[in-house]
Design a protein around this ligand. Structure first.
Ligand SMILES: Cc1cc2nc3c(=O)[nH]c(=O)nc-3n(C[C@H](O)[C@H](O)[C@H](O)COP(=O)(O)O)c2cc1C
Ligand SMILES: *[C@@H]1O[C@H](CO)[C@@H](O)[C@H](O)[C@H]1NC(C)=O
Ligand SMILES: *[C@@H]1O[C@H](CO)[C@@H](O)[C@H](O)[C@H]1NC(C)=O
Ligand SMILES: *[C@@H]1O[C@H](CO)[C@@H](O)[C@H](O)[C@H]1NC(C)=O
Ligand SMILES: *[C@@H]1O[C@H](CO)[C@@H](O)[C@H](O)[C@H]1NC(C)=O
Ligand SMILES: *[C@@H]1O[C@H](CO)[C@@H](O)[C@H](O)[C@H]1NC(C)=O
Ligand SMILES: *[C@@H]1O[C@H](CO)[C@@H](O)[C@H](O)[C@H]1NC(C)=O
Length: 400
């Protein structure tokens, strides 16, 4: 009797908790079952209607080990879920009867002075060959080239820096295709100088320096398959390495993984042209904050950051509306990691479709939100009250 009461209490509280959906149910599975699709096989590309659809499709297509490497996050994956769920806490404050007919002419933007068709980019991610053994990240290069969007190549991509450069488009809005090169600084710095030299030689326009991976990370989902981190080299990561890098290259160095207002301000003191807000898709530290929370922390404590440098951001972005929320806080361009890795299971066509879906959603949602100019979104389009309860506020300005 007692245990029955206990159990019913447990059920009641369990039911009160909202379940987590890796992909919210928008009818993909129901639809596929009405077609000739068999579970465990790749659905048709034409049936991919949303960015999260590509995650579902990749799970059907990839073996468990490969899918787990792409999907894994740190420890209990609480930050992974927060990255996806946080958007729901910030609702739009749409001003209606504003003329939004020209909004999709404002989708194009610049990043560090280069012209791109949209404020989105492919974030650096290792092991593209899991999805497309033959073409791997060449698809990211080619899709970004033809769509006039930015690709940030990963040091540990399946294709080498030189192989990627060989498929550079010559006919983008910038003339030859502009890419940024991600690097990890190695414990053996001559390896790092070599990577930077190769990026320069092949014409990369910026170095994206990942600062949020100073050690191996706890990734249970991937560990089950003994799949190691792409970067497990413990290196002494400090601002001193930034100073040394500055001495070695004229390329702008963009620190990737900024997660506090303090580090954003130090980066500005160091003279960076851009910072990159990220929690690495929650793959490094569980309970690290989402980009929306980080951007809000900076907005609340040092809003001038968004004027002084260009701010890039990623982690958990899956919809056009997610992109708009970050832009409204002052972010210049928004990256996606996993979605493009999953889309790459369809090769070039999948990656291209993912970019196009995002562009369409950004333009459509901007219009719905009463936004006239995607490059100048008033922060008042967001209701940020829910974040106000948890945002970090610096005690006094000037203290780090
Ligand atoms: C499979 C995979 C590999 C990654 N490899 C790298 C990497 O080599 N260097 C890096 O800076 N970030 C890496 N990341 C992190 C991404 O650059 C990006 O921060 C993250 O994926 C954004 O979150 P999202 O996947 O939710 O969009 C990787 C992410 C994934 C999913
Ligand atoms: C399923 O396959 C059968 C036989 O190939 C075909 O006749 C039918 O039209 C297909 N149905 C759908 C929904 O594609
Ligand atoms: C772009 O131009 C360079 C130099 O002319 C050439 O070597 C390269 O093959 C061209 N790339 C493509 C993709 O056509
Ligand atoms: C970007 O576009 C502007 C306006 O069309 C043009 O003046 C400028 O030269 C372009 N920048 C690059 C790097 O191509
Ligand atoms: C550091 O890397 C360079 C270049 O790869 C290599 O020649 C050298 O042996 C390495 N040094 C150490 C201490 O491992
Ligand atoms: C950078 O180069 C300058 C001039 O050569 C030198 O004085 C300085 O010590 C160097 N700094 C670092 C961090 O290597
Ligand atoms: C911009 O609007 C036109 C007309 O409504 C539409 O055809 C086009 O697809 C839109 N562009 C984007 C990027 O959504």
């Amino acid at each position: 009797m007692l245990s029955l009461i206990y159990l019913s209490g447990l059920f009641a509280s369990a039911l009160a908790v909202e379940p987590f959906w890796n992909e919210p149910d928008t009818g993909l599975e129901t639809y596929l079952q009405s077609t000739n699709w068999t579970e465990g096989t790749q659905p048709l590309l034409k049936d991919m209607r949303a960015i999260p659809d590509f995650d579902y499709a990749a799970r059907q297509f990839l073996d468990d080990q490969k899918y787990s490497f792409y999907r894994t996050a740190s420890a209990g994956e609480w930050s992974y879920r927060n990255n996806l769920e946080i958007w729901s806490k910030v609702h739009f404050r749409t001003r209606h009867l504003t003329d939004v007919t020209k909004v999709n002419e404002t989708l194009a933007t610049t990043i560090l002075g280069y012209n791109f068709s949209a404020p989105i980019f492919i974030a650096p991610a290792a092991r593209g060959a899991y999805a497309d053994p033959d073409r791997a990240e060449l698809n990211f290069m080619e899709a970004s080239g033809s769509e006039n969007t930015l690709y940030t190549a990963a040091l540990y991509a399946s294709k080498t820096i030189e192989e990627l450069a060989a498929v550079k488009s010559n006919k983008t809005w910038n003339g030859p295709q502009v890419i940024f090169q991600q690097i990890y600084s190695n414990a053996n710095l001559s390896v790092t100088w070599d990577a930077i030299a190769r990026a320069e030689r092949t014409g990369a326009k910026a170095i994206v320096w990942t600062i949020d991976a100073p050690a191996t990370s706890v990734r249970h989902r991937a560990a089950r398959y003994d799949t190691t981190n792409a970067n497990a080299v413990t290196s002494g990561l400090t601002w001193d390495i930034y100073d040394q890098m500055k001495n070695r290259t004229k390329l702008p160095i963009i620190p990737k993984g900024i997660s506090t207002v303090e580090d954003a301000l130090i980066a500005i003191e160091k003279g960076v042209k851009a910072i990159y807000i990220s929690n690495h898709g929650a793959r490094q530290l569980d309970h690290s904050p989402s980009p929306l929370e980080i951007a809000y922390e900076i907005h609340r404590n040092a809003p001038e950051v968004f004027k002084k440098v260009e701010v890039l951001a990623d982690s958990g972005v899956r919809y056009g509306s997610d992109v708009l929320k970050l832009l409204a806080l002052g972010v210049k361009a928004v990256g996606l990691g996993r979605p493009f890795m999953y889309a790459n299971c369809y090769g070039l066509g999948g990656v291209t479709k993912a970019i196009q879906l995002l562009k369409t959603e950004i333009a459509a949602d901007a219009a719905q939100a009463g936004i006239q100019d995607i490059q100048n979104i008033p922060v008042s389009v967001l209701n940020l009250r829910a974040l106000e309860q948890t945002v970090y506020i610096r005690e006094s300005s000037g203290t780090n």
